[in-house]
Design a protein around this ligand. Structure first.
Ligand code: FE
Length: 220
């Protein structure tokens, strides 16, 4: 059984970019529904002791679309909450140097990130990721797809491009949402820790492991 992780901040702390009401619906209803569906699918399969990262990668490999969609969406949303902070930040250290090397400066990265998000057709996610040599990449993925299936890529940040992420507060203005998100909510402390992991300095973020299965289902 995977638990719906609590938000690492108050529901009203990302306003006005993401309102308290939108965050409640997004976290409690959308993310909650993915976690519930994931647990329902895992129950008869007996691999609930595996980390969520493994469930995502294996369900993708075995083309179990239903399990992949719910497992990946559960992981992506948990990562998305971590990728935001109520306190505006700036990138520092090695990450700041990599941004300058790859995009000239933070404004250049913002342009690439917003363009990738605006240009993405339909639902999905826009990511900032680092490869094995520490070079940065901006990429978008469709629907539930994420970077876990891309060997050698470490995600640093992600923004949700599904309409449920922005429609209540920004209606059809995906670009405005992405610009405000990048300027105000991006968690550069978290991204910096992920970048350190990509460079082999410390562990990357992982989803909380599953809770131990109830005795009845362990025996089954
Ligand atoms: Fe979402």
């Amino acid at each position: 059984m995977f638990a719906l992780p609590d938000l690492p901040y108050r529901y009203d702390s990302l306003a006005p970019i993401i309102s308290e009401r939108a965050l409640h619906i997004h976290h409690d209803k959308h993310h909650g529904a993915y976690v519930t569906a994931l647990n329902t699918l895992l129950e008869p399969m007996g691999h609930t002791s595996k980390p969520l990262e493994d469930v995502v990668i294996e369900s993708s490999r075995f083309e179990d679309r239903k399990l992949f969609n719910n497992a990946a969406q559960a992981w992506n949303h948990a990562f998305f909450w971590m990728a935001m902070s109520p306190t505006p930040q700036r990138p520092g250290g090695n990450l700041a140097a990599a941004i300058d090397a790859g995009f000239q400066n933070l404004a250049g990265l913002k342009l690439a990130f917003v363009q990738a998000g605006v240009g993405h057709f339909g639902s999905g996610w826009v990511w900032l990721a680092a490869d094995q040599i520490g070079a940065l990449r901006v990429l978008s993925t469709h629907d539930a797809s994420d970077t876990l299936g891309h060997a050698g890529l470490t995600p640093l940040l992600v923004c949700d491009l599904w309409e449920h992420a922005y429609y209540l507060d920004h209606q059809n203005d995906r670009k405005g949402f992405l610009e405000a998100w990048f300027d105000t909510l991006a968690n550069w402390d978290f991204a910096g820790a992920q970048y350190a992991a990509a460079e082999g300095r410390g562990p990357a973020w992982r989803h909380a492991p599953p809770m131990s299965a109830p005795a009845a289902s362990r025996a089954a």
